[in-house]
Design a protein around this ligand. Structure first.
Ligand SMILES: Nc1ncnc2c1ncn2[C@@H]1O[C@H](COP(=O)(O)OP(=O)(O)OP(=O)(O)O)[C@@H](O)[C@H]1O
Ligand SMILES: [Mg+2]
Length: 250
């Protein structure tokens, strides 16, 4: 469903994303892991068309995305790392705004808003201003905004930051539902247990480069001979630290 090939992006002399390639199939969730500054958001932004790559290409359903006006861009939804919500507007008006960006109007828009709000369990707060929402509710509304136009591919950039276990589990349930509906999900997180629970494959990037692309079990078995203590499989955090080192990044 989503294929990225040899993506590269520099900011001045810094190569933020350096020859990154991977695939996300329909009905699959791929975890994109990496330390702070590894290049995750830059990669996601290039896939979403917010940043132009210096090199490489993004393919949706086998077709190369041809710039900003390509209708295939509609097949992609973005749940950004920084909340993109208007505090003074109600939840419904926020979603109306996002729907308008995708040319959704009238009944189609109202139905899409109803379905998205139902999925994230915010139907009863639809008329309330976002400034009255908790952190978890804002994150769930942010998710609703990203999937309003029913994209085939959903890019989720740290969607559970600052969220309590209840909202987090609600978000996980939403993602499982979307997977079952055949969506391709790309999910960045710093929470290893989330990746372990949700991801069909994991891509680890560091300093802009892919350092691993494997299943959780595959990653664990790579590191196990060195890191295993008493025959217990290395957990994903141990694998992650082995792949990316222990030095601080910012
Ligand atoms: N617009 C920009 N101008 C200059 N440098 C940038 C810009 N955006 C990102 N960078 C740099 O590119 C590198 C990759 O940043 P990016 O935001 O993609 O990392 P990340 O993996 O998402 O990190 P985090 O986990 O902290 O969100 C970092 O060194 C960052 O400082
Ligand atoms: Mg980021």
């Amino acid at each position: 469903m989503l294929e990225i090939k040899h993506l590269r992006k520099s900011f001045g002399s810094l190569v933020a994303v350096d020859d990154v390639s991977f695939v996300v199939n329909a009905g699959q969730l791929v975890g994109l892991l990496g330390p702070n500054g590894a290049g995750k958001t830059t990669t996601v932004s290039m896939i979403a068309g917010l940043l132009t790559p210096d090199h490489g290409e993004v393919l949706v359903g086998g077709q190369r995305l041809a710039g900003d006006t390509d209708p295939a861009k509609r097949r992609i939804g973005l749940v950004p790392q920084d909340l993109a919500l208007y505090d003074e507007l109600t939840a419904r008006d926020n979603l109306r705004f996002f729907g308008a960006l995708y040319n959704l109007t009238g009944r189609a828009l109202d139905e899409a808003i109803g379905a998205a709000m139902h999925l994230v369990e915010l139907s009863d707060r639809i008329k309330d201003r976002v400034k009255t929402f908790s952190g978890g509710m804002k994150r769930r509304l942010n998710l609703a905004a990203g999937l309003l136009h029913d994209p085939d591919i959903l890019l989720l950039d740290e969607p559970t930051v600052g969220v309590d276990p209840q909202s987090r589990n609600a978000i996980f349930d939403n993602l499982e539902t979307l997977k079952r509906r055949g969506k391709a999900l790309l999910y960045t997180t710093h929470y290893m247990e989330e990746a372990e629970r949700l991801a069909d494959r994991i891509v680890v990037i560091d300093h802009g480069k892919v350092v691993a692309d494997d299943t959780v079990a595959g990653l664990q078995s790579r590191v196990a001979p060195v890191e295993d203590i008493g025959g217990v499989r290395a957990n994903l955090e141990t694998v992650f630290l082995t792949l990316t080192g222990r030095s601080l990044r910012d």
